[in-house]
Design a protein around this ligand. Structure first.
Ligand SMILES: [Zn+2]
Length: 387
């Protein structure tokens, strides 16, 4: 066999805006570590021509950006982690910035250029996906035991590039407070002999909305899905907890519609490569089985809302519905909890506070517990592999 070619991947993208002689500065670089991928984000003054390729022995990713300059400090400590062991930069040609990432293992990079939005300017995003590893088979006995329990997938909203809604007074970020509540809820459910739990997002990194439902249903084999968020509104007096479920068409209120649009913007802010988008055909098929899911979710949502009413005032007395992408699992009850308004300084303080995070988590837990105990939940014990 011939010597293995060093260059594994080679991408060239030419954007229409690029090509001017002006030099673009790298304003910032961020790294987000997820369990199976690491995201590297370059904040740029405008879109650029780039090339990304990998080299082996040792494993590296090289990012060449044309007409780009990076004169700022290279704060390595902030960039190194589970995957990246070193960062170097150079100028292989005049007007070309080269960034070399030394890696612990081989990766498949997926690169995208994101246009400015409300939060960020031009970004070059390089997602370094770790290669698939062999999945160890669980002992059948343990698997059977786990199957007998109701598995709850806990989805902490936002993460990484997507900060979610900002607090107004105490510098809280939605992505952090909801992860705190999610971890508390996880702890409570894990202690329950009738239930089991998994966190969809385990740290500070971004997961596309469709990927969240996929992780919950396929990877974690969950029976219930709970997405945890914090609300915000321009009027800082808006307050209270609310619970949402999916709507097949139309929203139950103008507010629910606006909120769904805001939560669905997550993918737009976080940046989802085209490869991750589901084909339209699948969406149509999903819609057919949603009616039962929605009616079950309304029951679950009502139980959770009732308990939330004991730890916080309620923003609305009933469960609302709108087209939340993250709730589009066809066969498992799925709810989205807006724990409190992070835009309201009083509630922001509560959301940041560990004791209050525990109270929110306990309320959600009790609501789920009540629903599970009522026997209204279908427990999937066997299924075809097409799920
Ligand atoms: Zn949110």
């Amino acid at each position: 066999m011939k010597a293995i070619l060093n260059i594994l991947l080679f991408i060239v993208l030419i954007l229409p805006q690029a090509g001017s002689a002006a030099v673009v500065d790298v304003k910032n670089i961020r790294v987000w570590n997820a369990p199976d991928n690491t995201r590297v984000v370059f904040d740029l003054g405008s879109s650029v021509k780039y090339k990304v390729f990998t080299l082996a022995k040792p494993d590296r990713v090289v990012i060449d950006m044309q007409g780009v300059r990076w004169t700022g400090k290279l704060d390595k400590k902030r960039l190194l982690g589970k995957l990246i062991t070193n960062v170097r930069r150079g100028t292989p040609q005049k007007n070309t910035l080269r960034v070399v990432l030394d890696l612990k293992e081989k990766v498949s990079p997926i690169t995208q250029v994101l246009k400015p939005n409300e939060v960020y300017g031009h970004r070059l995003v390089v997602d370094l996906h770790r290669r698939e590893r062999k999945v160890k088979h669980q002992a059948p006995k343990a698997a059977d035991k786990a199957k007998a329990r109701i598995k709850v997938a806990i989805d902490a909203g936002h993460g990484g590039e997507d900060y979610g809604a900002p607090g107004r007074r105490y510098h809280a970020h939605e992505k952090s407070v909801v992860l705190g509540i999610a971890k508390e809820l996880y702890r409570l459910i894990k202690k329950d002999p009738d239930m089991d739990a998994d966190l969809v997002r385990k740290g500070d990194y971004f997961i596309p909305l469709r990927e969240r439902t996929r992780i919950a249903r396929q990877k974690q084999q969950a029976d219930l899905f709970v997405s945890i968020h914090a609300d915000s509104y321009k009027n800082t007096r808006a307050s209270g907890s609310s619970v949402y479920v999916l709507s097949r068409r139309g929203a139950t209120s103008e507010r629910a519609k606006r909120l769904a649009a805001k939560e669905n913007a997550s993918d737009y802010i976080g940046g989802v490569p085209l490869q991750n988008k589901d084909p339209v055909v699948r969406d149509v098929l999903l819609d057919l089985s949603l009616t039962q899911q929605i009616s079950e979710s309304l029951d679950l949502g009502a139980d959770v809302l009732k308990e939330l009413g004991k730890v916080n005032k309620l923003h609305k007395r009933s469960v609302e519905q709108a087209g939340f992408v993250v709730l589009k699992s066809p066969d498992i009850p799925s709810i989205l909890v807006e724990t409190a308004f992070i835009s309201n300084p009083k509630e922001e303080k509560m959301l940041k506070n560990k004791t209050h995070q525990k109270k929110f988590a306990a309320a959600i837990y009790k609501g789920i517990k009540h629903y599970v105990k009522s026997g209204r939940i279908r427990k999937i014990v066997a299924e075809s592999p097409t799920r």
